[in-house]
Design a protein around this ligand. Sequence first.
Ligand SMILES: Nc1ncnc2c1ncn2[C@@H]1O[C@H](COP(=O)(O)OP(=O)(O)OP(=O)(O)O)[C@@H](O)[C@H]1O
Length: 249
Amino acid sequence: MTEPVLRMEAVRKTYGGTVVLRDVDLAVAPHSVTVLIGASGSGKSTLLRCANLLEEIDDGAIFLDGEEITDPRADPDAVRRRIGVVFQAYNLFPHMTVVENITLAPRRVHGVPRARAEAEAHELLARLGLRDKAGEYPDRLSGGQQQRVAIVRALAGRPRLLLLDEITAALDPELVGEVLSVVRDLKGQGMTMVIATHEMGFAREVADQVCFLDGGVVLERGTPDEVFGAPRQERTQRFLRRIVAAGRL
Ligand SMILES: Nc1ncnc2c1ncn2[C@@H]1O[C@H](COP(=O)(O)OP(=O)(O)OP(=O)(O)O)[C@@H](O)[C@H]1O
């Protein structure tokens, strides 16, 4: 079997004695998209934060390309360089232009020469339909454009894996589509991704693997047709019924 890009084994995470992730196993194959679904508070963000070493796990192990990144000897900065992350809030620096925002980490943290970092930034901006925005300041851009810049920033280090945490949750409904379409394109280009989302239609369309989290447990996993079309667990069925009733699937 091909080595998964990301593998979690029996991951346990607690906050002040409360268990937030319990025995989570996950395998993300190269060039595949895993979508995490589940009610608010079920642990989706925490799982992504653990995968990026933004949170320390209490037990278990996490591997990136077969190498244990939760090993105390692993270098967290080197690990994060291989993982791009986009959050709900785009967190662009307002006093920097788009291209400065994108090249900041490659130049300052990873020592990429300015000319090369900027050339890469321009190429990525063009790919994401933002060719003419390189010199703009973030407040001149729509929310959807800012989030696309945040995606470019995450791609700038040529990550092995992209983690997307509710990246459309803060957007006006009419701007959601343009950001999802970028994710669709990235999938088409073979990017390996783990996505936490409440956009169920999108989840069903883009996922190779869907994981339903419930109280910090991966209660059900499978293809979109399996999980959305024929959920086996009663709690998954109930969750999806609520989504359907709300007109979101
Ligand atoms: N820093 C923290 N300290 C204490 N508890 C936390 C912390 N971060 C998250 N939690 C708790 O962990 C649980 C899981 O939260 P998490 O944000 O991972 O859920 P989620 O599924 O991503 O929710 P949402 O869909 O609302 O983003 C929740 O009960 C939350 O209150």
